[in-house]
Design a protein. Structure first.
Lengths: 113, 111
């Protein structure tokens, strides 16, 4: 079973607040990813990282930012939350190499009022 | 046009039925094919991983790739109520760094 953890699981918060979604993995994976998932829609990649100090934007434009200071930790930050940020955010990790299977956390369901 | 298409369902079947879940894709450059299962309020978990064409079997699950038709399938034999979930296909290009996911098919197995 994959050891990748996301906190909080659920967050309801007001507009304009700064939010950090946490993601940690204990598998020593170099690659980590953030996806956005809305009901009935595809997973959209918003950020990924090849390793420490490496971050890249994904295919879906996002106002969020990420950092990768430690291999096991890949937090996502929204400086000023808006209702349009309401979604489920999934974190994943994989070993290096092309198209390696990704292991997912259980997600953070974010609601911005 | 989306790179991968998947019927959203829901697909309802009786317990014990053989289930066929499918995805079509548009680009012949895709070489890696995966199936994930996602239970409600959980993250996707990998079920099957295949490279190029052919079949792969794991217990009650069989993944099939037909590259000439750009069509991939997941078969579930002797389906159980515990198989009720959303099934996502995911595809990747040779030497690619990102996967493309389908929107998922909702499966309901009735006891």
């Amino acid at each position: 079973e994959a050891d990748i953890y996301q906190t909080p699981r659920y967050l309801v918060i007001g507009t304009g607040k700064k939010i950090t979604l946490e993601c940690s993995q204990t598998m020593g994976h170099d690659k980590m990813y953030w996806y956005q998932q809305d009901p009935g829609m595809e997973l959209h990649l918003i950020h990924y990282s090849y390793g420490v100090n490496s971050t890249e934007k994904g295919d879906l434009s996002s106002e969020s930012t990420v950092s990768r200071i430690r291999t096991e930790h890949f937090p996502l930050t929204l400086e000023s939350a808006r209702p349009s940020h309401t979604s489920q955010y999934l974190c994943a990790s994989s070993v290096q190499g092309s198209n390696q299977p990704q292991h997912f956390g259980d997600g953070t369901r974010l609601s911005i009022l | 046009q989306k790179e991968v298409e998947q019927d959203p369902g829901p697909l309802s079947v009786p317990e014990g039925a053989i289930v066929s879940l499918n995805c079509t894709y548009s680009n012949s450059a895709f070489q890696y094919f995966m199936w994930y299962r996602q239970y409600s309020r959980k993250g996707p978990e990998l079920l099957m991983y295949t490279y190029s064409s052919g079949n792969k079997e794991d217990g009650r699950f069989t993944a099939q790739v037909d590259k000439s038709s750009k069509y991939i399938s997941l078969f579930i034999r002797d389906s159980q109520p515990s198989d009720s979930a959303t099934y996502l296909c995911a595809i990747g290009r040779e030497y690619g760094n990102k996967l493309v996911f389908g929107a998922g098919t909702i499966l309901r197995v009735k006891s």
